[in-house]
Design a protein around this ligand. Structure first.
Ligand SMILES: Nc1ncnc2c1ncn2[C@@H]1O[C@H](COP(=O)(O)OP(=O)(O)O)[C@@H](O)[C@H]1O
Ligand SMILES: [Mg+2]
Length: 255
């Protein structure tokens, strides 16, 4: 796959915090519009940093990232952050810890950005919010406040809120890690529903069972490098690299 053909392509992406800690070490990565990448790897290997860079929350110090055929981030320009706000708005992200505004209702949370960013009227945005909440089985919670929701419900609202901006790519950073087990499934089901609708996704998770289920490709990262990547059936069953094998033995044992 060449950089021009892919939906997202990273070339030589280099990111450090301070002078010492390299979290993306000249990383190359390609993703197609119909891919669901699952990123796995030890804690501290730079998985969240990669997502935060794509979201424009962190800068890069080397390399280039293309998105939908356009130069999206280039280290040498715009301080290594997204060059194009329009492209940036086509990426949605959901984090491990709920990022809903506590002083706003579910509806308030959902319509804030669409009204500001897309210039929708309150009525248009409300209609849209109802549509997405219904899709995720959350319509009756439209007037609830975050404190009145379970963890799983909060994450579903966070996903619905991201979908309001009609992203082309969704990033999920350990979105079920802080949830009680019985709530994990309801959030994973929403993600599987998005997969069925062919949403492009990059998912960081430690849940290897879910990874197997949802990924078109699994990417194993360590020390800011991609050690190995492949379709889930290959990477989980027959990892080529010793490091991948050792990591999988540990996490699958503990799962
Ligand atoms: N804003 C930051 N400033 C300094 N160091 C950071 C920052 N964010 C993350 N790090 C460090 O960078 C490394 C990679 O972090 P991260 O991308 O969160 O890894 P992962 O998500 O794989 O656990 C870790 O050692 C972490 O402590
Ligand atoms: Mg992380």
């Amino acid at each position: 796959m060449t950089g021009e053909q892919s939906f997202i392509s990273l070339r030589g992406v280099y990111k450090t915090y301070g002078n010492q800690l390299v979290v993306m070490d000249k990383m190359d990565l390609d993703m197609r519009a119909d891919d669901r990448l699952v990123i796995i790897g030890p804690s501290g290997s730079g998985k969240s940093s990669l997502l935060r860079v794509l979201m424009g929350l962190e800068s890069i110090q080397g390399g280039t990232i293309c998105f939908q055929g356009q130069t999206y981030i280039r280290a040498a320009e715009h301080k290594g952050k997204p060059l194009d706000a329009h492209l940036q708005q086509q990426i949605g992200m959901v984090f491990q810890h709920y990022t809903l505004f506590p002083h706003l209702s579910v509806l308030g949370n959902m319509i804030l950005a669409p009204c500001k960013v897309h210039g929708l009227s309150k009525q248009q945005a409300t209609e849209k919010a109802r549509h997405f909440l219904a899709r995720l089985g959350m319509e009756e919670k439209i007037n609830s406040y975050p404190s009145q929701l379970s963890g799983g419900q909060k994450q579903r609202v966070a996903i619905a809120r991201a979908l309001m901006l009609e992203p082309r790519l969704m990033l999920f950073d350990e979105v079920t890690s802080a949830l009680d087990p019985e709530m994990v499934i309801e959030v994973q089901n929403v993600m599987l529903q998005l997969a069925e609708q062919h949403m492009a996704m990059i998912i960081v998770t430690h849940d290897m069972h879910f990874a197997k289920h949802i990924a078109t490709r699994v990417v194993f990262c360590a020390d800011g490098k991609i050690i190995e990547q492949g379709p889930p059936e290959q990477l989980f069953k027959q990892p080529k690299e010793t490091r991948t094998r050792e990591f999988l033995e540990k996490v699958i044992h503990f799962n």
